[in-house]
Design a protein around this ligand. Structure first.
Ligand SMILES: N[C@@H](CCC(=O)N[C@@H](CS)C(=O)NCC(=O)O)C(=O)O
Length: 214
């Protein structure tokens, strides 16, 4: 059985949604983040980065949210949450996953933890402001991608891991000045995703209301 070390609405949310979508057996283990359990020797032995999430199954211990999502889709190809090798969408899948994790996720992390990026450790309003701009640029690019042929999902008409991952990031981005819902195609996309059973289940479990996305 898979074990997912998680914390509600953290980077574990996308793997949690993929586990639900694939309908595989899994157990959630909540990391006691309030008490910095992610920095204990026991947890660091699993995930030396001291971050959430970590996936464990038998001898396999895997960290990095995007890697966990892709691995799960590889192991359970029945739903084709990752396009098969040889499919025209396979390289585009790589492109978008890398873009999401390398750009939008990375910019969001700086936005949420600006103090880590200031030499004096103080929150910098300038960093927050700059990050808002970078996040909005990224949202605009994603909005344009979804505008093409009014497509339902990032890669076209079929849901993939990219969409679950992007849903998590769009939820995080909800508080920026021009949030995802202010971009017409992202709003349409979010409302569509909010009807996915796996997303509904995980949002219930992680206590996130989907009211704004109805
Ligand atoms: N690149 C990592 C980032 C994970 C990450 O930063 N997780 C945050 C929660 S969203 C965390 O564990 N924060 C606790 C800490 O940094 O101590 C991933 O995608 O898995």
């Amino acid at each position: 059985m898979y074990q997912l070390y998680y914390y509600p609405l953290n980077a574990s949310m996308a793997p949690h949604m993929i586990l639900e979508a694939l309908q595989v057996d899994y157990r959630l283990i909540k990391v006691d983040k309030e008490n910095q359990a992610q920095k204990t020797a026991e947890y660091l032995a699993l995930n030396p980065a001291g971050r959430i999430p970590t996936l464990v199954k038998g001898d396999l211990v895997l960290f990095e949210s995007a890697a966990i999502c892709i691995h799960l889709a590889d192991m359970h190809p029945n739903l084709q949450l990752i396009p098969p090798v040889g499919d025209a969408n396979r390289p585009l899948f790589y492109q978008w996953m890398m873009y999401l994790t390398n750009t939008l996720q990375a910019e969001l992390m700086v936005y949420f933890y600006p103090e880590k990026h200031c030499a004096n450790g103080k929150t910098s309003t300038e960093i927050i402001h700059a990050q808002q701009g970078l996040i909005e640029q990224s949202l605009s690019l994603l909005n344009d991608q979804l505008a093409k042929n009014e497509q339902s999902y990032l890669l076209g008409d079929k849901i993939t891991v990219c969409d679950y991952f992007l849903f998590m990031l769009l939820i995080w981005a909800d508080e920026v000045e021009n949030p995802p819902l202010s971009f017409p195609h992202l709003a349409r996309y979010l409302k569509r995703l909010a009807k996915q059973p796996a997303i509904i289940t995980v949002c219930n479990k992680e206590n996130l209301s989907l009211e704004d996305y109805q």
